[in-house]
Design a protein around this ligand. Structure first.
Ligand SMILES: *Cc1c(COP(=O)(O)O)cnc(C)c1O
Length: 365
């Protein structure tokens, strides 16, 4: 059986991208974000690959994601970026040797309910200006006091998150870094500031730990640039096939609402991928796909299981031809713009119906 839609993940590309990150931040340890099923790339194979490549830690959003990795016998340190929401979760996190990112006093209260012998591993998350998660910077002395009261806690460090790191001209990033450093002046403990954009565009954010996600998957977080321009290799290739080719007269409308009108007599290809696979319905007429190495263009609305494409640039296209939706030759960063979104959301939006293949230099596995 030939799968309708295949996402091929190149594990060697992940290793390559980890190398790029290491060269950019040679003095930093690397905590790889593998939350959201490794940005839709498959958490277990991705985590195993990065672990084997010597990544220093992994990061997930929540306990459930961490459990999936531990059950797959991933041994690397794993941080819970949103921390825990109950003392049961906290106990489970301790049992699984997870690092808990603590962002609020109510979480400290949960942790204090655990037996004093519990081997807790914690980060403190500070809000340096993004105003999402984190303690206000003025709380630092209180947090230092909390650590003093709990000498048994294994303190991993101080974390903050950047709001505008993908805007190279926005002075707010320097402002956030300066505030974070000032609040921690003279206070011991590792510092962690940078996500992919921070790491790429803001050398001062390359502190003790960096926390790349998107860059490891080979994409650029900076608007208007692609991963390849940064030396990264896209790890995912998404492909489907042409299942019908028809010719229509000038003026005929295509698909739901007939939102595309043929400007001349032309061939339209039907490709077996739709929003139920993760091809966002927001993709506009003109979104490129690649067939036989040439670009064809979305013509008509994305439906649940299919899209229709203008085949004028690919006159030899026929039923059965593979169609690339994104990958090496068609950067997801560029495609995402056609749906008014980011490569992050394209990757996370792939559904159960997509068939995944994980390849290594040694072949499929
Ligand atoms: C997801 C996440 C990251 C990684 O972000 P990228 O933009 O994918 O590099 C880093 N830090 C935190 C706190 C995150 O939630």
């Amino acid at each position: 059986m030939i799968p309708r839609v295949t996402a091929t993940v190149d594990l060697a590309a992940l290793r390559h991208n980890l190398g790029v990150v290491r060269r950019l931040a040679p003095r930093s340890r690397v905590m790889a974000a593998v939350k959201a099923d490794a940005y839709g790339h498959g958490a277990v194979p991705v985590a195993r690959t990065l672990e084997a490549a010597g990544v220093d830690a992994l990061a997930v959003a929540c306990l459930e994601e961490a459990m999936q990795l531990r059950q797959a016998r991933v041994q690397a340190p794993i941080a819970l970026l949103e921390g825990v929401i109950s003392s049961e979760e906290a106990a489970q996190a301790v049992y699984e040797r997870l690092q808990i990112v603590v962002h609020d006093h109510w979480q400290i209260a949960l942790l204090e309910q655990l037996p004093a012998s519990a081997r807790l591993s914690v980060w403190f998350k500070l809000d340096s200006g993004m105003h999402r998660l984190g303690f206000p910077l003025t709380e630092v002395p209180r947090l230092v006091e909390t650590l003093r009261r709990h000498p048994g806690w294994s303190f991993q460090g101080w974390m903050t998150h950047l709001a505008c790191a993908d805007e190279p001209d926005n002075p707010f990033t320097d402002e956030q870094i300066a505030r974070f450093e000032a609040a921690l002046a003279g206070i011991p403990g590792p510092r962690s500031i940078a996500n992919s954009a921070g790491l790429i565009a803001w050398p001062r954010a390359r502190t003790d730990w960096v926390r790349p996600g998107l860059a490891l998957y080979g994409c650029s977080p900076m608007p208007g640039s692609t991963g390849a321009e940064l030396g990264l290799k896209p790890a995912m290739r998404l492909e489907s096939r042409i299942i019908a080719v028809r010719e229509y007269a000038s003026g005929e409308g295509i698909g739901y609402g007939l939102t595309y009108r043929c400007p001349e007599r032309m061939r339209i290809g039907v490709v077996a991928i739709g929003y139920a696979d993760g091809m966002h319905r927001a993709f506009r007429n003109g979104t490129p796909v690649l067939i036989r190495g040439r670009r064809a263009y979305l013509a008509g609305r994305v439906s649940m299981d299919m899209i229709t494409v203008d085949l004028r640039e690919v006159p030899d296209a026929c039923v059965g031809d593979p169609v690339l939706l994104w990958g090496d030759a068609l950067p997801a960063e560029e495609i995402a713009q056609w749906a008014g979104t980011l490569s992050y959301e394209l990757f996370c939006g792939l559904t159960q119906r997509v068939h995944f293949r994980h390849l290594d230099a040694a072949g499929a596995r």
